[in-house]
Design a protein around this ligand. Structure first.
Ligand code: ATP
Length: 262
């Protein structure tokens, strides 16, 4: 399969252990191109570890994964196709917002004319134009977050991994963020979206995966996850999430509703 036809993400038995702790256990999943995949799970479920493996920052203990057809063990083949917004975006206090984005574009070898146009339009979209020539050390948390997101998608990667993209944003900026994610997905970018803010996932995700104690315990589109398996009755995504991730030591991997994970 050529990279152009390959799914955005495919994992097979992906596992990461840290000593006695199994952070991610036998994760097998497929994310289609151009979709928003909501990646949910309680604190410590293994979401960040999964994203760090898929972005080549951490090596799996076992299993395999491909991002647009490229094995994650081959960092050079994967990185041109991905963007990553981690919890703490890698930005430099001593640069201005605009300089930071120009620097990020340079690392990606973007042609200057194209990148400066894109930087301007993203700065405008996120209401950062007025502050673009101030040093980042004077930015608020939300302003830093905006710069982090812009630099994750500036090179129009095939897959953007976004960890809590609306963190620290005021309601208007959070709205802009959600609209931007929807626009990017319309342009066939795949968004791998990890957040605890369930209405954001409910609004944007085509598919949701729920991780619990390192295992994928439920997967499906939002409506499927929200409908009670036994009665078909609808509930909120929050109710579904709480039910799926409640501690059931006797049957730890049996979600009570929603499509079971593959
Ligand atoms: N570098 C590490 N060394 C040891 N244990 C780790 C390391 N990174 C993660 N873990 C452990 O792996 C498990 C999964 O952590 P991870 O950060 O992936 O969870 P998460 O789902 O992203 O949580 P949160 O929602 O709180 O950010 C946790 O038990 C954590 O303590």
């Amino acid at each position: 399969m050529s990279p152009a036809d390959a799914p955005a993400i495919e994992t097979d038995g992906l596992t990461k252990r840290y000593g006695e702790t199994t952070a991610v256990s036998d994760l097998t999943m497929t994310v289609d191109r151009g979709t928003v995949y909501g990646f949910l799970g309680p604190n410590g479920a293994g979401k960040t570890t999964t994203m760090r493996m898929l972005t080549t920052l951490v090596r799996p203990t076992a299993g395999t994964a491909r991002v647009v057809g490229n094995p994650i063990t081959d960092r050079e083949s994967v990185t041109p196709h991905i963007g990553y917004l981690p919890e703490e975006p890698p930005i430099y206090d001593e640069l201005t917002g605009r300089e930071q984005l120009e620097y990020a574009a340079g690392l990606r070898d973007l042609p200057e004319a194209e990148s400066s146009e894109r930087i301007e339009s993203m700065l405008e979209r996120f209401d950062l134009l007025e502050d673009a020539d101030r040093r980042i050390e004077g930015y608020s948390k939300g302003m830093r977050q905006k710069v982090g997101v812009i630099q994750a998608v500036l090179h129009e990667p095939a897959v953007a991994f976004l960890d809590e993209p609306t963190s620290g944003l005021d309601p208007r900026a959070a709205r802009t963020m959600r609209d931007t994610i929807a626009d990017l997905a319309d342009q066939r970018m795949t968004i791998f979206l990890s957040t605890h803010i369930l209405p954001v996932v409910d609004e944007l995700a085509d598919e949701i995966g729920v991780l619990h104690d390192g295992e994928l315990v439920a997967q499906g589109d939002p409506e499927t996850l929200k409908s009670r398996a036994e009665t078909g009755e609808a509930r909120s995504l929050e109710d579904a999430f709480l039910e799926i991730t409640q501690e059931t030591p006797e049957q730890p991997s049996e979600p009570s509703a929603g499509a079971p994970a593959e």
